[in-house]
Structures are given as structure tokens and as C-alpha cells.
Write a protein that binds this ligand. Structure first.
Ligand SMILES: [Zn+2]
Length: 107
């Protein structure tokens, strides 16, 4: 995953969501997941501005740089605060006919 592609918080000085225009931005500590090769890791306590309307998160440049450094460091298992088990589901059996009824509401 390319963390640098995460939306930078350059607009947040105005405290207006670049995504939806809402001014209901609040500072929060969020968690986010990252793929590192075949490993899925979670980073928590990330400072972010979170939009109260659309839920979009915005990180400042220093935070994005720090996350990039963590990613570049390979998220060594010995530095993990704790671990969790993640259930994995397959979408393969979801044939289109099972999804079709959702679009037949109008009749
Ligand atoms: Zn928004």
C-alpha cells in the first residue's frame, strides 16, 4: 500500500472537509490497517482530523511521513503492542444471482 497516496490534510487549516465541505472536523486518535506484503498490521493512536459528516480522515504531513517510516521499517513483530486474530471471509461463493434481489424493490 502506498501511504503517501493518503489524502494530505493541507485543507484542514480551514477546518473544512475537502471531501464534503462540512466544518464538523474533530481531532481524534484513529486506528488504521496496512498491508505489508502478506501481513496485515494495525496501527492505532494515529492523530487525525475526522469529518463528522462523511467520516473521511485526514492526516498531516508529519503523520504520513511517520507512517511511511513505520511501513519502511517493516513493522517488526517484536515492536507490536499486542496481536489480534483476524477472521477472513471469501467472496467467491457470492454469485450474482444472490445479489440480484436487492435491485428488484421497484416492482
Ligand atoms: Zn466530510
Amino acid at each position: 500500500m502506498n501511504i503517501s497516496a493518503t489524502q494530505a490534510a493541507t485543507e484542514t487549516a480551514h477546518h473544512e472537509c475537502p471531501q464534503c465541505g462540512s466544518t464538523a472536523l474533530r481531532e481524534e486518535k484513529v486506528k488504521s490497517s496496512f498491508w505489508h506484503g502478506d501481513r496485515l498490521v494495525v496501527v492505532e493512536d494515529i492523530p487525525a482530523l475526522v469529518c463528522g459528516r462523511c467520516g473521511e480522515r485526514f492526516y498531516d504531513d508529519a503523520t504520513i511521513t511517520a507512517l511511511d517510516l513505520m511501513h519502511g521499517g517493516g513493522f517488526p513483530a517484536g515492536e507490536a503492542k499486542r496481536e489480534m486474530h483476524v477472521p477472513i471471509f471469501s467472496f467467491a461463493h457470492r454469485v450474482p444471482s444472490e445479489l440480484a434481489p436487492l435491485q428488484e424493490e421497484e416492482t
